[in-house]
Design a binder for this molecule. Structure first.
Ligand SMILES: CC(=O)[C@@H](O)COP(=O)(O)O
Length: 361
């Protein structure tokens, strides 16, 4: 550890282009380093040092106190606050910014007074340990938990949520140790002063706007999670399950070989419980779904992409088609959606086409 747990070796390059800076900030966080998060949307709230709590030590807490000077907080997800049964600091939060201060905590064991930098670090590590429960902490104490909104920075554009998302996107456990950056006179460091601070300490700078963009990019990204044969009354398909970054679950029913194939039949269907499951009158979704499956069976090759109901179709469909290796697509000859339907259909054509929302619910 360098003499100052904040200042990095001068030799390490710092990037100023936004995308590179964000990428390097994620790398630094994953390596246990601190970055400077600037609130570019509400500059009066300045910036804070952010690090992944899983790496925190007494040295980090001490360096934050001495070299940043602001309030040191533990930013936790809403879910983690529930698991630890943390309570809001006050019954009615009148904080103008809506910062979700929780009642302060100490680890029940492993600390002396709880106040030292080492004790605070220990308390933070206990708080984020998945095996810890309410019985492992005491209230009140010397560590200030903050409760992040469930939707993260897309729900609340502030240090708490942005730091948790940043740490999560860096591949670390979703908990951040943060500390406001102050000038030598104790004033909140503004954007320019925060950037000068980062330069002095060789730290990457990332803005809340950067984190929002990163979340939006990540939330559209899908991951293949399962693949299995699915015999149905319309024939047997290979069912491939995907999960998108926002937690959405989507399915591709694949008929035959599509990898590398041209002009593959593709139908996109938005999940519609009333039509798909209950065949409610006035909703043609269920009929269109069956028609699509029959047409794929008849063709002997093709894909039915079944999206969760509120999924952003275009980005997800393009990814599924790419992940399956489909070279180009063409429309599935199914009935046009009724006024009540809201499935996306390919516009006829050879190459990958843009998706049209053929109706709205
Ligand atoms: C109290 C803080 O450290 C502050 O930066 C975090 O609050 P917010 O999420 O409102 O920016």
């Amino acid at each position: 550890m360098s003499a100052h747990a904040i200042t990095r070796e001068a030799s390490l390059e710092r990037d100023t282009s936004a995308e590179t800076a964000v990428r390097h900030a994620l790398r630094d966080i994953a390596l246990g380093r601190m970055v400077v998060l600037v609130d570019d949307l509400s500059p009066e709230h300045g910036s804070c040092l952010v690090m992944a709590t899983e790496f925190v030590t007494g040295k980090h807490v001490n360096a934050m106190t001495r070299e940043a000077g602001g309030m040191i907080c533990l930013a936790l997800t809403s879910e983690r606050c529930e698991q630890l049964e943390l309570k809001p600091m006050v019954g009615r939060n009148e904080n103008a910014r809506g910062t979700a201060f929780m009642a302060t905590i100490d680890a029940r064991e492993g600390v002396t007074t709880g106040a030292s930098a080492a004790d605070q670090a220990h308390t933070m590590l206990v708080a984020i340990d998945p095996s810890s429960t309410r019985s492992d902490i005491v209230m009140a104490g010397c560590v200030h938990p903050l409760r992040g909104r469930p939707g993260g920075v897309l729900e609340r554009c502030a240090h708490t949520e942005a730091s948790i998302d940043l740490v999560r996107l860096a591949g670390c456990r979703p908990a951040a140790t943060i500390c406001g950056v102050q000038n030598d006179d104790g004033a909140v460091a503004g954007m320019l002063e925060s950037r000068a601070y980062a330069r002095r300490h060789g730290l990457q700078v990332v803005t809340i706007t950067d984190v929002i963009a990163l979340r939006r990019l990540h939330d559209r990204r899908i991951q293949r999670v399962v693949s299995t044969a699915m015999p149905t009354r319309f024939g047997t398909f290979s069912a491939v399950g995907y999960r998108s970054g926002d937690g959405g679950e989507h399915l591709a029913l694949v008929k035959g070989q599509v990898d590398g194939k041209e002009s593959v039949l593709v139908h996109v269907h938005r999940a519609c419980t009333t039509g798909d499951v209950f065949h409610a009158r006035g909703c043609t979704c269920g009929e269109r779904l069956e028609a699509a499956m029959r047409s794929l069976e008849a063709e002997g090759a093709g894909v039915l992409i079944y999206l969760s109901s509120d999924a952003p179709a275009e980005a997800l469909v393009e990814q599924v088609i790419s992940e399956l290796g489909v070279a180009s697509t063409r429309v599935t000859p199914t009935a046009a959606p009724s006024a009540g339907g809201s499935c996306e259909h390919l516009v006829a054509g050879g190459e990958r086409e843009r998706w049209l929302d053929a109706g709205s619910r």
